[in-house]
Design a protein around this ligand. Structure first.
Ligand SMILES: [Zn+2]
Length: 364
């Protein structure tokens, strides 16, 4: 198994095209063809984490936060980013980051926070738009089933809990092959009519190349007639934040204890409790203030996230209570999820969780 195999596995969970435009997720250093001896999983990739990988015989680090976020114009070891990269490169350690793409992925960071809190039910707080597309194509009736099977295997036709979804209608296809054509049906320079089906399927935009290759491989024609359309539909399983419910309503005091206990917190910052029982919880791992309005609109009693600035706390007004539990504390559980995922997918090398405590923030 190579570094690329692990990249492919991570990207089938969290495709790179789902990352924010400012982000830098993906393989940050190392050779894609290098065989993997062991994987070390961390929230942040620091010098201590690279040293731990060396000590434990791991040559690939899978981290949530990209250690390289902006362009590097030199690599001289003048700061912790450059020193981390130099240590990794000198020791043949590859570094891979799955960041905002993993925030947005199904069962991603905010979902894992909800699980850690024992919340029930739930949905993505701000689902993605324009991440789904629509394919319409035309195929001879006797080849229709083979193309549908190929497209479903490539990832088309999934809607919520339903798979192999498509719509088709029968009709007549017409064409005239020219002198250079090699028609499967008909002859050059003769008009042809064929019983065809028009088939429509929905598909994730990031799988477009795979889907089209599958269609062309399964379709009998030299030229496949198809068209692609973008959709404004929300993709309910993919997007930012999460909203779910506590097992039972709690008052502020009980909820504070519950939150601290479940996440092992010594402190958290919060806005005023609103004197009502707390049941519906919106959350976002990491810096989530951009989702406060979504949380309020969804009727959340509490919004749990990290990295709120002073003035952003005012925006809660009397609509909900912001609980800022800290960036690290709201995301660290993703290590367990990545560990479970990669352990399940690979058995030929060790998958370890980093023991290094990378949170740069301490409390007294
Ligand atoms: Zn983060």
């Amino acid at each position: 198994m190579t570094v690329q195999d692990v990249c492919n596995s991570m990207e089938s969970w969290a495709p790179l095209s789902w990352q924010e435009s400012y982000d830098n997720a993906g393989l940050l250093c190392g050779s894609r063809s290098q065989p993997v001896k062991g994987v070390l999983i961390s929230l942040d990739c620091t010098e201590a984490v690279v040293q731990e990988a060396i000590d434990k015989g791991c040559n690939l680090i899978v981290a949530h936060h990209p250690i390289v976020f902006k362009g590097l114009k030199s690599l001289t070891g003048k700061d912790y980013v450059e020193r981390t990269m130099i240590l990794a490169i000198k020791n043949d350690i590859a570094i891979y980051a799955s960041h905002t793409n993993l925030d947005h992925a199904p069962k991603g960071v905010s979902y894992q926070l909800a699980q850690k809190l024992g919340l029930r039910g739930g949905r993505v707080l701000r689902p993605f738009k324009q991440a789904l597309k629509h394919l319409t194509y035309f195929v001879p009736s006797d080849a229709a089933e083979a193309t549908r099977v190929a497209l479903h295997a490539a990832g088309a036709g999934n809607i919520g809990n339903y798979s192999e979804c498509s719509f088709s209608q029968a009709g007549t296809g017409r064409f005239t092959p020219n002198d250079e054509a090699n028609p499967t049906i008909g002859k050059r320079n003769q008009a042809e009519e064929v019983n065809e089906e028009q088939i429509q399927v929905i598909y994730p935009a990031h799988l477009e190349n795979t889907i089209l290759n599958a269609l062309k491989a399964a379709h009998p024609y030299e030229e496949v007639a198809y068209y692609l359309q973008g959709l404004d539909n929300s993709w309910d399983e993919v997007g930012s934040g999460y909203i779910a419910e506590l097992p039972e309503p709690m008052d502020a005091s009980a909820f504070s204890s519950y939150l601290k206990d479940k996440l092992g917190l010594s402190h958290f910052r919060h806005t005023a409790w609103l004197g009502k029982s707390i049941k519906r919880i919106a959350l976002c791992g990491g810096a989530g203030s951009f989702l406060l309005k979504d949380a309020i609109k969804a009727g959340a009693d509490v919004f749990i996230s990290g990295d709120f600035k002073y003035h952003e706390f005012f925006d809660a007004e009397n609509h909900c209570t912001i609980c800022d539990i800290g960036h690290y504390e709201s995301e660290v559980m993703i290590k367990d999820a990545i560990h479970a995922y990669l352990s399940n997918n690979f058995s030929t090398f060790a998958v370890l969780k980093s023991m290094a405590h990378t949170n740069p923030v301490s409390y007294i």
